[in-house]
Design a protein around this ligand. Sequence first.
Ligand code: NAP
Ligand code: ZN
Ligand code: ZN
Length: 358
Amino acid sequence: MYKTEAIGKASKEAPFEKIIIGREGTSDDDVDIDIKYCGYCHTDIHLVNNDWGVTDFPCVGGHELAGVAVKVGTNVKDIKVGDHVGVGYFVDSCFNCDYCKDNDEINCIKGMTGTSCGQIQYGRIKTDNGKYTYGGWSKKMTVNRRFISIIPKSYPLENAGPVFCGGITMFTPMFNYGASKGGLKVGIAGLGGLGQMGVLLAKAMGNHVTVISSSPRKIALAKELGADDYVAQSDEEAMKAATMTLDLIIDTIPASHDINPPLNLIKKKGTYVVVGVAPEPFKVSAFKLIVDQVKITGSATGGMKITQECINFVAKNNILQKIEMINTFDEMNHATEQLNKGNDSGVRYVIDMEKIFS
Ligand code: NAP
Ligand code: ZN
Ligand code: ZN
């Protein structure tokens, strides 16, 4: 078992601090990764606050890893030492169910093992607590080849981490509901880390994009990202004018909210995809479903096959979301405050592992 530095929390109330954790490889199928950068997704907020009741402490967040392969198991033929590699939301699954066989491991019937705060059950991940995973806010990690994506060297490594959660979470529903072919009117509700990637991806695929934000404060950001339209939910007139104009909406809002105002922007028979983890159930009238036949569904990151397609697409189109680096624990606390209150600047925060531990 080797030791490595990590950003941990001893309890829900405790501050972030440097802790030392133990990890171990388990087979010749593993790759050791020096983690250079790791994103700060809003899901990390839910996890380190134990919002979902699944977190063991001490916990280490982080599931948007980008780094360099430093040791490669003898069975791994397609990754070499020095390659740029990434890891997203999960690091293990059963390998045998229909979804795993289809490289759609996020939907593993027996359950995938989350990269951070995931329950260890298939034995391909080992940590010093024997029970749960430590995430990528850390200097080093060992992961089975299957759960690693190859990052094209042309793509900036500091931008790559967020592609493996924020990016793929927006890419998958666009692929599943027609936007990847272009020509749709796509709405993105909530302009934070996921929302930004949503705008950039949907535009690169050739869609007309409307940002649906809670207020007018992010108009400039939306324009800069290339959005065609902007509707503030606080502006009743604008919401009315946009009624039934969109084919697809992806809702990234992490807080409790009334789904009906944005849902009314969907055309008859359009699709509303929930990806933000709102804590309270949504309420929708039977009349809305019957008369407009809108489809309401959800989406979870993406399996390893589509994740590799996503990083290739992002690199090919040079899609660069606005990121802000975290280099110190003070900046980590500042980012946490910002994410808790609605991510005013709409950036994706990314931790520089070299700097934060120096
Ligand atoms: P983020 O950067 O914090 O952005 C969330 C955005 O939601 C904010 O920028 C804000 O945009 C909007 N918002 C509206 N009301 C809010 C409120 N009361 N508090 C906070 N934000 C509010 O978060 P993120 O990293 O994009 O993640 C968004 C959600 O997606 C989280 O719940 C996360 O757990 C979830 N997630 C799900 C998956 C999946 O697989 N389904 C994957 C990754 C993340 P406006 O100012 O434009 O309103
Ligand atoms: Zn499976
Ligand atoms: Zn995430």
